[in-house]
Design a protein around this ligand. Structure first.
Ligand code: CA
Length: 581
């Protein structure tokens, strides 16, 4: 009798989740996510990050008839900095919000199904607002990172926590805001905290349990490890050379945070992570290239080995984080990757080898370098635009002030670009601004800002800061541009309908003709947009969605520019659009 009861319980435990749960998200589904028009299964609309949908029910001829289908507020008192890309699966939308919140929404009606609000401790240290950029789906789980540097996996149907793992100490400056990446059955994440002298790394976990599989630091000299199922770690012999490209002990607190996460190309089997600034910002304290800061690193997903790296800004002195997304695409019969770097140059690298194929400016007034030498792959610096060494000043306290373009908030920052294989163009949300910057002495203190620099961001044009630019990766030509008064901080979506969608801090979601840049439609969402739009079709109707809610780094760090945009109102809501009859 007892045995039968036990069996019955086992049977029901097996049957209930099978009967009620969502369709499990598999590796096969994720590897084909870029061509799945019925769902949005990953960040980037496919792990390659092209942000292209072949859908064309909404197109240049009819986009003017786009109207709201529903909207949902994140609620709460703390509405700000909504940088999230929603996911759509099995009739549900999963969307993260500021302060480490996540919602499941009925994608037809906009009704909230469940929400999870992560309990954040006092003393979290996100550098650039309380943002989150999205979740990952795997099996029946939805997984996201939190501002206190944890990963949380929830059941897609119930919102119940299935596992929770700490990435690192938030009190040392670690946090997590990027969308996790799934590649070859592993959950790949980076870390935020480059302004606090943390050491960047890429981690691979079992997405079903959260247990570590391997970890690969992104500062030369630090050990990488492989973990067995009991959590015992062994050095995996992929740790680089201690001290190489770093003076003295600086590598121990070397930065190179992997704060924007990564992309994965099933065609190369490699995951691509960008790395942030070397720490501290004062470059005179760390002569050398400071590997692997301000770089793209390509990792073998199975082992964590860095297969190649390419450094966009060796010995960075301007906080030109190389964190930007490496978007893989086909060019001249080759698999390559495009990256619009924070330093103002657009790079095209061979996706398999890292060899530099092309590099050109995508903002117009770059001063720190004259060009990128395609033979050596290195920037041709203008030494007069490197902030001066404070040690060489009269009192040793402040080096020469220089004016550098772009500002440290970058020719492009966290807002993802899109690539349309139909037009062969990248659509890059760019910003034209500069900064006064100077260096000061600084010493590392755990949990303290580790910059050794002061700065003020300034405008460089009277009429605009932001510019959405259509860029030909082969020629480097800007095919069209649309200027924007405020700095652009949201991402881009492009479609087979010949459209480009993007949001502005002024609150508009806009649709442009992908070939000409002509504005075809816009809608005021009630707060600034700093997030990338998505699209999907339920089989009969195509939808476009975006999150609205002003915030992010600009109002916090923008100097003179922050004053210019202080009239913008904060918010937090999801908007979904469809064509009216
Ligand atoms: Ca940085």
């Amino acid at each position: 009798m007892k045995k039968n009861l036990c069996l019955a319980l086992v049977a029901s435990a097996l049957l209930v989740p099978l009967g009620a749960s969502a369709t499990a998200v598999t590796d096969q589904m994720l590897e084909k996510a870029s061509s799945n028009t019925h769902e949005v299964l990953s960040n980037g609309l496919g792990s390659e990050g092209e942000r292209f949908s072949p859908l064309k029910a909404i197109n240049a001829q009819n986009v003017s008839k786009l109207v709201p289908a529903w909207t949902m507020s994140f609620g709460g008192e703390k509405q700000r900095g909504q940088e999230s890309q929603p996911l759509v699966h099995d009739g549900k939308m999963f969307v993260t919000a500021s302060y480490s919140r996540i919602y499941a929404i009925d994608v037809k009606t906009g009704a909230k199904l469940w929400k999870y609000e992560h309990r954040l401790p006092e003393g979290i240290m996100p550098c650039c607002d309380v943002v989150n950029r999205g979740a990952a789906l795997y099996d029946n789980l939805v997984i996201f990172g939190t501002l206190d540097a944890q990963l949380v996996a929830l059941d897609q149907d119930t919102g119940k926590v299935v596992w929770k793992e700490k990435i690192d100490e938030y009190s040392a400056g670690f946090s997590s805001s990027a969308a996790p990446l799934i590649a070859k059955g592993l959950l790949l994440t980076g870390v935020s905290g480059g302004e606090f002298g943390i050491v960047g790394r890429v981690e691979a976990r079992d997405p079903r349990t959260g247990k570590l599989v391997w970890v690969r630091p992104t500062v030369e000299g630090h050990m990488g490890y492989t973990f067995d199922k009991d959590g015992n770690k062994t050095e995996n012999g992929i740790s680089g050379t201690t001290n190489a490209s770093w003076p003295g002990e600086l590598w121990k607190t070397g930065g190179a945070s992997t704060w924007l996460g990564g992309t994965f190309d099933p065609k190369t089997g490699l995951a691509y992570f960008g790395t942030g600034n070397p720490a501290p910002w004062n470059s005179h304290m760390r002569p050398g290239d400071n590997l692997y800061s301000c770089s793209t690193v390509a990792l073998d997903v199975t082992t964590g080995k860095i297969v190649w790296s390419y450094q966009n800004t060796p010995n960075d002195a301007w906080d030109y984080d190389g964190a930007n997304e490496f978007v893989t695409f086909d060019m001249d019969g080759k698999r390559v990757g495009g990256k619009a770097d924070r330093n103002g140059f657009f790079y095209v690298n061979d996706a398999k080898t890292g060899k530099l194929i092309n590099a050109f400016p995508f903002v117009k007034k770059i001063t720190w370098a004259k060009s990128i030498d395609l033979t050596t792959g290195r920037p041709v610096y203008d030494d007069a635009v490197r902030p001066g060494n404070p040690a060489a000043s009269a009192d040793g306290k402040k080096g020469t002030v220089v004016f550098a373009v772009p500002s440290f908030l970058g020719g492009k920052n966290q807002m993802p670009m899109a690539y349309n294989p139909g037009t062969g163009l990248f659509y890059v949300p760019a910003n034209e601004w500069g900064m006064e910057i100077w260096n000061e002495p600084v010493a590392y203190k755990k949990g303290g800002a580790y910059l050794g620099a002061g700065f003020t961001i300034k405008t460089v044009n009277d009429d605009y800061i932001g510019a959405l630019r259509a860029i030909n990766p082969k020629t480097g030509k800007i095919v069209w541009e649309v200027k924007n008064n405020a700095p652009l901080w949201g991402g881009v979506l492009t479609t087979g309908g010949g459209l480009v969608f993007y949001g502005t801090p002024e609150g508009y979601l806009k649709a442009m003709d992908a070939s000409t840049g002509k504005e075809l439609w816009k809608y005021q969402t009630g707060s600034g947009i700093v997030a990338p739009p998505i699209t999907w079709s339920d089989g009969t109707t195509q939808y476009v969605a975006v999150v609205s809610g002003w915030g992010g780094a600009v109002p916090l760090w923008g100097g003179d520019v922050a004053k210019k945009v202080s009239f913008l109102e904060q918010g937090g809501s999801v908007w979904v659009f469809k064509l009216t009859k």
